[in-house]
Design a protein around this ligand. Structure first.
Ligand code: ZN
Length: 427
């Protein structure tokens, strides 16, 4: 959902870069044209949403004619086309450095393979090896509840891990819930939120009656990091922190396909909100499921969910806060009664999320295309192929580098949302 483009930042840090929220009184189209002129790229293809070069990036589009823009130092925007709302991040580099300081000061340690200090895992964002260690230790500690397997490999050959949560065996086939995060590498809060949810489900099993019931009555599959290569790359240094795509080497020498534009069905793949320019941050790839990460996530989730009486799924992203339901690829509405069903369920989950949300920015549930249509995402695919109750959760925050203090609230809100969604599977 977050439109992005990183083309111009290679070789520079984010010193002096800011994130600004602006209104576009003449409309989004006029704003896109002005931005394309001010930050031109060589890309030949015409795009609905322009790819920007020179370090600028459209981070987020809101339907109220509002944009969040990443801007290089000393940028002056045309005040006829853009009116300032607020500066969301005065210095992007400073936020990136603060993340690393928090990580270095973390109380979390994997040394003794002991889960007693696992709360500390959520005191800061963690690199991939620590996430891997956290998951392995959790699975080893709760062998009756958890199992894990590699369900495929990334483009660079990294195993993509799926964790199964299974409580008491019942007599019939249980409903299934598939949870995944990090199609987009820079959205570090997304896997952190999902791991928080996983940890809560497991550590409260047998203690909290509501969670015990949930885990006993629903089978879960959790894929905390779909885009491992991209995640590792985003941890390389401050210049790579805002990387979004996977790490496919494209034919033109550029890197990366937007995994959240790469899912099928083939009939609607790359039909909206996607770019065919390989260097673009919304590049849809060479075909539906050309990327092993999207292919792996789709086949693992489909296999896990198929044949069950009911199924649900959530794709964790940042930042919103938003909850999106199908369709994402078109303004067309789902036929009735599906449309009303999703609207009602979305509203219930929104209320659940907001029940714990003390911030002024409240979660909003809406059809995924309400901002801008974008094809190739998980939720359209899983709804189309298996009538799975599929949602995209765009977590809280006002940037891709939110403060660590947001980790715990985002995790608690995510768990609450999952509990409301689970209710729809058990009715
Ligand atoms: Zn995303």
């Amino acid at each position: 959902m977050l439109w992005a483009l990183l083309a111009g930042v290679a070789g520079a840090s984010y010193a002096g870069y800011s994130v600004a929220r602006v209104r576009t009184p003449l409309g989004l189209q006029a704003a896109f044209e002005a931005l394309a002129q001010q930050f031109p790229c060589n890309a030949a293809a015409q795009e609905t949403i322009p790819t920007l070069c020179g370090g600028a990036e459209i981070l987020k589009i809101s339907r109220i004619n509002q944009l969040d823009l990443l801007l290089p130092p000393n940028t002056h925007l045309n005040t006829t086309i853009f009116t300032s709302v607020s500066v969301l991040v005065p210095d992007v580099q400073q936020q990136i450095e603060e993340e690393q300081v928090a990580y270095k000061n973390s109380k979390f340690s994997l040394n003794d393979g002991n889960v007693s200090n696992f709360g500390a895992f959520f005191d800061s964002f963690k690199p991939y090896d620590q996430i891997e260690g956290f998951v392995k230790t959790l699975v080893a500690t709760y062998p009756n509840l958890l199992s894990m397997e590699a369900v495929g490999n990334t483009v660079q050959g990294e195993p993509i891990v799926a964790i199964r949560i299974q409580g008491k065996q019942g007599t019939g086939i249980k409903p299934g819930m598939y949870l995944e995060a990090l199609q987009h590498a820079r959205e570090w809060l997304a896997p952190t939120t999902l791991l928080y949810v996983l940890n809560e489900l497991v550590t409260n099993y047998g203690k909290d009656p509501a969670i015990t019931k949930l885990v006993d009555q629903i089978d879960f599959m959790v894929v905390p990091l779909v885009n491992i290569d991209g995640y590792k790359y985003s941890w390389t240094n401050s210049q790579t922190r805002l990387w979004r795509k996977n790490r496919r080497l494209n034919k033109d020498g550029s890197y990366g396909v937007d995994l959240n534009r790469n899912w099928g069905p083939a009939a609607t793949w790359c039909s909206s909100g996607s770019s065919t320019v390989p260097s673009s941050d919304t590049y849809c790839g060479t075909a539906a499921f050309s990327e092993p990460e999207a292919q792996t996530a789709s086949s693992a989730s489909s296999k896990f969910l198929s044949g069950r009486p009911k199924s649900a799924a959530v794709d964790f992203h940042t930042y919103g806060p938003l909850l999106l339901w199908p369709w994402q690829y078109t303004y067309d509405k789902l036929p009735q009664p599906d449309y009303s069903m999703f609207m009602k369920l979305g509203q219930d989950i929104e209320n659940g999320l907001n029940k714990l949300n003390p911030r002024s920015a409240k979660y909003v549930a809406e059809q995924g295309s309400d901002l801008y249509p974008h094809s190739g995402g998980m939720i359209d695919f899983l709804w189309t192929t298996g009538r799975t109750l599929a949602f995209t959760l765009e977590g809280p925050g006002t940037s891709f580098t939110p403060p660590d203090s947001l980790i715990e609230p985002a995790g608690k809100e995510g768990l609450q949302g999952i509990q409301v969604l689970a209710g729809a599977l058990l009715n």
